[in-house]
Design a protein around this ligand. Sequence first.
Ligand SMILES: Cc1cc2nc3c(=O)[nH]c(=O)nc-3n(C[C@H](O)[C@H](O)[C@H](O)COP(=O)(O)O)c2cc1C
Length: 208
Amino acid sequence: MNIHEALEWRYAVREFSPEKLDNQDVEALIEATRKSASSYGLQPYQLIVIQSESVRRILLPHSFGQRKVLDCSHLVVLAAQTDIGDHTVDRYTDRYMKVRGVPYEDIAGYARHMKEALAAKTDPERREWAHQQAYIALGTLLTAAAAMRIDSCPMTGFDRKAYDEVLGLTGMRLEASAIVALGHRSPADEHARLPKVRFEDREMVIRM
Ligand SMILES: Cc1cc2nc3c(=O)[nH]c(=O)nc-3n(C[C@H](O)[C@H](O)[C@H](O)COP(=O)(O)O)c2cc1C
């Protein structure tokens, strides 16, 4: 299946089948998401993979009536870091030095630049920036899932504060950005057969 077929095949699932996903497939999807691009490479978010039915049952009343939170196979919460600062850059540079085997001097200038760029933002701007990066990961996850023939539904229709509380995110200096239900579409889900609603190329793309 090429990428166009995969993107045509995917849709925001309304009704999941009771069939569960293979854990290995879910892990492969998470691995693809972990490779997502991010501003400066700082990846200021985390992925919470929830298989536990009891946890999803607690989340259900905070999901604006969206039963797929419970009916899906796995629920992924993308959560943005709330505490962004010099330590965000230090964590990244430590990792960079380890992975690439280079001394700090090699990246000192880049580290300074990243710290200055983050310091120039207000706290709400830094938090917004972190959510933007989580959304890029959301896009990567949806596309990778389609390529792997894993059905999904991205969702922002949930009570963020309640999710943060139930999952203990605030204590981890995180806040929920978006959630994704994963699984297999139900054969009864009529939405799978509807044509995609997208603006035409000429309405969306400006070529110069
Ligand atoms: C950020 C985001 C939030 C969304 N929130 C919900 C949601 O809460 N519930 C839902 O059923 N679909 C949700 N969707 C799915 C969109 O409604 C869907 O992607 C859009 O209508 C296009 O349809 P398609 O994905 O089936 O092609 C969301 C999609 C995105 C990208």
